[in-house]
Ligand binder design. Structure first.
Ligand code: ADP
Length: 587
């Protein structure tokens, strides 16, 4: 979707509104009808005034009054029915939209979730779904009513005194002229900037809340979170600029739209010449009474435009995600022959026109071999691991699992082969049993228990009130980073995939946890092909082979002893590591 392309909102919504078009049209018709009916009482008021000024019967006035009340009630009832119809349609469209988006999400490369952040994706989808719901449930009936009202009003305005009627239209034209000063395209762009500023500010706020302990412990202020502060400053400067931009048109619009009656008073002085008859007083009073209706209708039209722009922006954000190419699933049904992994001259960049992150990486990992990826931060270790699991496709070169190019292995089969244990383990807000069982839904409680035992989780289970049935995150049940990681290891043990990719945690708060996580990892990797992304060199010395990755290529490889003898990058890193460990102990 082009940034400034004219968007037909209904056309975008159409595919999601398949079975509810009838109810939606009915809702819009009822809203328009309700708007027409709502105008008739104003005619009754005119008649009541006429009877009153001409000294007519009270009974006639009272029956006209009742007619006005009943018609107002009918109009309200019609509007409620219209809302009911549009709400039904809105719920269906929203549900269709969510489910089709979810289906689409499942086809996207896994790496997208890492890159965009699941929070951001959720906000975009929820934002679009609720903007669509508000638009269909409220804006569409309001728009239908707002379109019907001016037609009825025009009739009402000109049938009694066409001159006064035309005078009422002057401020309306002036009000709209003021609004038009700020072009729709500019407002649309501002709306987009507003959403961007809001998105950045909320994701920075999440980061800030996550790091609040550091802020508190070190007595820092919000200034220490520069990006968060910048996001707030950007948002605030955006608000001020936008307010200033809109001020002249808004002030002009509101002044004219609320001053219609003042025009009538002024016009009365000019137009009424000679004797003031009861008919003149009648028409004049009538116009004073009816003009607020025009104000309300115009405001509805003006604000419905704003909501439509919010919706357009939300739909644009969604299309940004929908434009991401899904990873093509393998056409052939080739299955890996063993548990070996080969990276053949792999080159990879995250985005076009950026530098290669991997610049010709070749690795040869045999079935059952335990290897470690080490090296300076940013060297490409996590990227290489993500490519093996096909979070993204390689830019050049190829990756083979069990002798088969991973592009030819069906996604499901590849996922069965590999278990990935991340550093920041995510657990769902459900019981520990269900969290572990995600790996193999048909596993029995006993099997889950065994996996938990192997992953050294029994101390966690024993201290929780409902054992493995305790819901994580509920009633203040929170687990530490190390505990969470052990539960994810239990999940991987239950899955029992032959290839394990472990992103080792960088830091542990307490040594007990560290020892338990180490033991759990050893249990998990027994007899498996293991790729460990190691951040602390103490854990790699036993690896069959260590690859030192630097700037996207293998700088050195070999066993710990071989690499120490080489006296290269690894030996230097290891020396530094040992020295810093000693320093920590002496301290
Ligand atoms: P390591 O795991 O060795 O620390 P990474 O594989 O995480 O290294 O990163 C390698 C390079 O790729 C770094 O320069 C990093 O900034 C970049 N990078 C990592 N993830 C992304 C991403 N999602 N989008 C763009 N660049 C990324």
């Amino acid at each position: 979707m082009e940034k400034n392309e004219k968007i037909d909102v209904m056309k975008i919504i159409d595919p999601y509104a398949r079975k509810c078009k009838g109810v939606l049209t009915l809702g819009r018709l009822l809203a328009a009808l309700s708007a027409f009916v709502a105008l008739i009482p104003f005619y009754d008021i005119w008649k009541i005034l006429k009877v009153a000024l001409n000294g007519g019967e009270r009974s006639e006035m009272s029956s006209l009054g009742w007619q006005a009340v009943i018609l107002t009630a009918v109009s309200m009832a019609l509007y409620i029915c219209a809302l009911w119809c549009t709400h039904v349609a809105a719920m269906r469209v929203q549900a269709n939209m969510r489910s089709s988006l979810m289906r689409r999400i499942l086809t996207l490369p896994l790496g997208v979730f890492d890159q965009s952040g699941t929070g951001k994706l959720r906000r975009i989808f929820n934002g679009a779904a609720s903007a669509v719901e508000t638009y269909i449930a409220h804006n569409l009936p309001d728009k239908a009513a707002a379109a019907a009202t001016p037609i009825g009003l025009l009739v009402l305005f000109v049938i009694f005194d066409w001159k006064l009627g035309l005078v009422c239209l002057i401020p309306v034209i002036l009000a709209f002229a003021c609004m038009m000063r700020t072009k729709g395209k500019v407002i649309q762009q501002k709306m987009s900037e507003y959403q961007n500023a809001l998105d950045v500010m909320s994701s920075e706020a999440t980061e800030y809340v996550r790091g609040i302990s550091v802020v508190k412990i070190f007595g820092q202020s919000v200034d220490s979170f520069r990006r968060f502060k910048k996001a707030i400053d950007d948002y605030s400067s955006w608000s001020v600029t936008y307010t200033k931009l809109m001020r002249p048109s808004m002030v002009g619009y509101l002044t004219f739209v609320n001053a219609i009656f003042a025009f009538i008073v002024a016009a009365a002085f000019v137009l009424i010449k000679g004797e003031i008859t009861t008919d003149i007083i009648l028409n004049f009073t009538y116009y004073i009474i009816v003009t607020p209706l025009l104000t309300v209708t115009l405001s509805k039209i003006a604000y419905s435009g704003e909501q439509e722009m919010t919706l357009i922006d939300a739909l644009r954000r969604i299309s940004g995600i929908l434009e991401i190419e899904p990873l093509p699933d393998a056409e052939s049904k080739a299955l890996p022959k063993d548990d070996s992994i080969t990276l053949d001259n792999v080159k990879f960049r995250y985005k076009e026109d950026t530098d290669m992150v991997l610049r010709g990486l070749s690795l040869d990992i045999r079935s059952g071999e335990h290897i470690a990826l080490v090296g300076p931060s940013g060297g490409g270790k996590s990227t290489a691991a993500a490519l093996i699991s096909r979070f993204f496709d390689v830019t050049e070169g190829a990756i083979y699992v069990g002798g088969v190019n991973i592009k030819d292995i069906p996604q499901k089969e590849l996922m069965k082969k590999i278990s990935f244990v991340f550093q920041n383990s995510n657990l769902l807000k459900t019981s520990i049993l269900e969290n572990v069982r995600l790996a193999r839904p048909e596993a029995s409680e006993e099997e889950v228990m065994k996996a938990l035992e192997a992953a050294q989780c029994m101390d966690i289970i024993n201290k929780l009130p409902n054992g493995i049935h305790t819901v994580i995150g509920a009633k203040g049940t929170y687990l530490s980073g190390g505990e969470k990681q052990r539960i994810t290891i239990a999940r991987a043990i239950l899955k029992n995939a032959p290839i394990i990719i472990l992103d080792e945690a960088t830091a542990f708060a307490d040594p007990d946890n560290e020892a338990l996580v180490q033991a759990a990892m050893e249990e998990l990797s027994k007899g498996k092909t293991l790729i460990m992304i190691a951040h602390r060199l103490s854990t790699v010395t036993n690896a069959d082979r260590i690859y030192v990755l630097n700037e996207g290529v293998v700088a050195e490889s070999g066993s710990h002893e071989e690499l120490m003898q080489k006296n290269g990058i690894y030996a230097k890193m290891f020396d530094e590591y040992t020295r810093s460990a000693e320093w920590r102990i002496r301290r």
